[in-house]
Structure formats: C-alpha cells, structure tokens
Design a protein around this ligand. Structure first.
Ligand code: ZN
Length: 499
C-alpha cells in the first residue's frame, strides 16, 4: 500500500571489548556518519543493507524520513560521544516525525558495546519504546541485524520485529534488509505479532559459525523449514553471536517473530537449540601450528592454485588491527617463496609513498598497534606499486558490502616485494573479503604459492574458489579461536570451549 511514511536510521558496529584502542567519531567518519538526506544519497545503490531497504521502500512508494546512519569497522569499545551524536540526531528526527510516520526502520549490527552500555541496541530500542509509549503512539519498529549480533531480551522486548542475515559469509545482507522491509510492510498494515528470544550458554568463536558447516548449517536449515511450514511465523533468526564481547548477552541465541501462538513459537526455539546441540561437534575449531600445516602442504596431494594460510587470531573482520606478524614472521623465516600477504600499516605505506616506485627499501612492517599481535618485521624489498587504495568490490554481494558498501577506501597503499613475498601495505584496515582488494593493487593471489588471509570465515566466498587448499593456522592475536585464553570477567558461566 502506498502513502506510508517511514523514519529510517542505522547504527552499525561490532565491538571487541578486549582491544585497548577505543572506537571514536573518527572511525565513524571513515565508515559512515550520514545525517538527514545523506542517509539516502550516500547509501542508495551501494549494495549495503540500507540500500536493500531503500530499494524495497522505493518499490512500495514509501516516503523515507532519514534521521542518521553511522557505521564503523569492527574494533574496540565505542566512546560515549558516538552514542551522544547518534541519539541527538535520531531523537530530534523522532520528536519531529514520530506522530507523522507509520513505522520506524533500523539498520543495526546488534553486537555494539559502548563505554557506558553493554547493550547499545537494547538500550536504544528501549528508549524508542518508552518515548512512543509516552506519546501514546503505536507504530512498528523493525530492524535488520547481523548474524553475529549478541541479542538481548531488551532487543526483542522493545522492537516489533528483528530479522537477521541468514548467511555467513554475509552474502545476503542486502537481501536480508529487503526481506525485513517486506515484513515491515505487513506490520505497518496492522499484522499483530509477538517476539520470543531464547538465550543459550554457548559462546562460539567466529571460526565455528560458517553457515556452510555445522552447527549453523543444520540449525539454519531447520529454521527455514519451520518458516516455510508455518505461515504464522514471520521469521526465525539463528544468531551466531560475537564472542569477543565480555557482556552478559554474549553468545549463540535464537529468536522469532510470530503472529501465532507464543507457546508454539517457544517450542520451535527449543527444538532448534536441540538441533544445535546435536550438531556442535565442530563448534569450537582449533588451529594447527604453522610447521604442522607446512608439513601437510608438502605431503598432501592437491590441485592447482594457492594454499590459504588463514590467520583467525588477527581476523580484521572480527576487530583486530590487521597488522599482526604472528604468522608472517615465522613463515618468512622458513625461507618459503611466492607468498602474498596484506598488512595494515599506515606508517610503512606512507614511508613508501615518500620514496619512489621501483626503489628498494628496508622497513619495519606490522605489529605497531599493540603488544598482542607479534613484533615488527624488518623487510627489504622493491616498491612495486603505489596507490590511493580505492577499489570497487568485484563481488557486489561480498560480506564487505554488508559493512562498507561496494566502494572501498584502504587509504594510501604500497606493494612491497622481494624474492620471498609480495606484501600489500594498507593505511586503513580492510577485511580480506573480496579479491578486488589485491587485484586493484596489481597482485594476483591466484598465482601465489601461499596466501596469508587475516580472517575466520568472511573470506571464504572470495578466496576458497581460487585455492587448492586452506588451513586455519595458529597465531597470536585477540581474535583467537581459543576463547579460554581471553580474560572474560562477566560471561564466566558460559561455555567457551568444547569441554
Ligand atoms: Zn557479521
């Protein structure tokens, strides 16, 4: 039905509470800080979830009233000034428009923690609910959220409908926002629903949450089957959770939105938890030592193509600095050749730009952000390529589009090479989720022998198709899959390892 007006806002951050560096307004200025009409002009056509919702809203002739949209790369605790500016602009628009709109649509992550709040999204949804209540306004509040959201009771209690991505890597983020829009339309037309949430005691590391493997594969399949079979169910969300947030709501959970019997919905959630528990043998993956992996590479048969050395401990998409040398340093010491790696090191990239392409330099690269990700490597090589670091995603449905849209800015970049390795130095940490990152800098990972990939799962759509083999390799870093090494204080009663 046309003629609807919708208040739109977005707040997107996955917060790693063990990182020392905080995430302030400067990070959001890079990732996205759009106010008013900019929410539309900066997102329309960029492949992001916001773009997906705008697409559907346009098809329904809904009038969009944009408030504010903020996003930043996964990183440390969010500072209060970020929350303040978001609340200021959102509630200014809310106070002006809430009596004149048919609903509120939000693009959230769901795993955001700030200096003063463990549950930023829950607190925000509660604040909206309370203000609507005070004004006597009854309109739906719907949100699309990331599969890694740490969902709280407040999030389901104070929203009308949450809808999460189904895929990890998040190839469906834009589509999920569009589908949330479809349900949101039904809510604005008066469909009455309730939401139900089942928290669990399981905290799973990112490496255990690929939807191509169990436990997520079986639970997602069962959830989709229930959605298809029961027309009362608007959606069932299988939430992997984000393990690096030391908060009470951290972990795997399941929720659903239904227009039917609440007890029946709760029964579905309980049955899905049983599916999870029956299929969780591989929920807590371990990583092999580098020498073990190299032995396997030398002895196991494989086809053509590079071998991926995946380094989850410095998983950029999980929040770590992307400058870790815990894998690259010992790999270089083995004398192996034809290695491709990416390191986030603005200082080294800048030093290369101060010299000329083709010159040879000796630089300390990597491990400059903190003490948790190795030591700098002295690297001598030729400057093969210099650029402004901008590129467009080759795969418009890349996981990266869910976070940053399809036009990516890595900041000043330099490519160093010697007889052993080709190393891309970036100035802004950029998760390795799309091959355009390397191709745009003149690097062909397809021709490498070994490619170091700082990721857990989100690289798979881009890198697995070109690889002859892939190994998760043990390294140092705060995105380790071995959660027992992290100093949790709050979620101490949850299960963080296989035993
Ligand atoms: Zn995610």
């Amino acid at each position: 039905m046309s003629g609807k007006r919708v208040l739109l806002a977005g707040l997107f951050h996955e917060t790693h509470s063990f990182l020392h560096q905080k995430t302030g307004l400067d990070a959001f200025a890079v990732g996205g800080l759009n106010i008013g009409q900019e929410v539309i002009t900066k997102n329309a056509g960029n492949g992001s979830p916001t773009d997906g919702f705008l697409d559907y809203a346009g098809s329904q002739d809904w009038e969009i009233v944009p408030a504010i949209q903020m996003a930043a790369n996964p990183s440390g605790m969010v500072t209060q000034d970020v929350i303040d500016i978001f609340y200021k602009h959102f509630f200014e628009a809310f106070d002006r428009e809430s009596a004149h709109v048919d609903g509120i649509f939000l693009v959230l992550h769901g795993a955001m923690v700030s200096e003063n709040c463990d549950d930023v999204e829950g607190a925000f949804l509660r604040a909206i609910h309370q203000r609507l209540d005070a004004k006597g306004i009854n309109i739906p509040v719907a949100a699309v959220i990331d599969l890694h959201a740490n969902v709280s009771e407040d999030m389901t209690n104070y929203s009308t409908c949450l809808y999460s991505y189904r895929m990890n890597p998040h190839s469906d983020a834009r589509e999920a926002a569009l589908q949330t829009g479809v349900l949101f339309g039904q809510l604005m037309d008066g469909r009455a629903v309730t939401q139900h949430h089942l928290a669990t005691r399981y905290v799973i590391p990112p490496t255990g949450l690929a939807t191509s493997a169990d436990p997520m594969k079986s639970v997602q399949a069962k959830a989709r089957a229930i959605e298809a079979a029961d027309r009362d169910i608007l959606c069932i969300n299988v939430m992997g959770g984000y393990s690096y947030a030391d908060i009470a709501d951290c972990g795997f959970s399941i929720n659903c939105c239904t227009s039917g019997n609440p007890d029946k919905a709760l029964g579905y959630l309980t049955s899905l938890l049983k599916v999870f528990e029956a299929n969780m043998a591989n929920a807590y993956p371990t990583e092999a030592a580098l020498h073990t992996v190299l032995d396997r590479i030398d002895t196991e048969p494989r086809g053509d193509g590079p071998v991926l050395l995946v380094e989850p401990a410095d998983n950029i998409g999980g929040g770590t600095p992307g400058d870790g040398t815990g894998l690259l340093a010992p790999l270089l010491e083995t004398g192996r050749k034809n290695i491709v790696a990416i390191l986030n090191d603005a200082e080294a990239a800048s030093m290369c730009h101060a010299i000329s392409k083709g010159d040879t330099v000796t630089l300390l690269i990597g491990a400059k952000t903190d003490k948790h990700h190795g030591s700098p490597i002295e690297f001598s090589g030729r400057i093969r390529h210099l650029s402004d670091g901008k590129f467009e995603l080759e795969n418009k449905q890349s996981h990266l589009a869910s976070m940053m849209g399809t036009h990516i800015d890595m900041g000043l970049c330099a490519v160093l090479e010697n007889e052993q390795a080709t190393i891309l130095l970036t100035s802004r940490k950029t998760p390795p989720m799309d091959l355009g990152q390397l191709h745009s800098q003149g690097i062909s990972p397809e021709d490498a022998a070994l490619v170091v990939v700082k990721a857990a799962v989100s690289h798979k759509d881009a890198y697995d198709p070109i690889a002859a083999a892939s190994y998760n390799v043990e390294s140092v870093g705060l995105c380790t899959s071995n959660l027992t090494t992290l100093p949790y204080k709050i979620l101490t009663r949850k299960q963080i390892s296989a035993t």
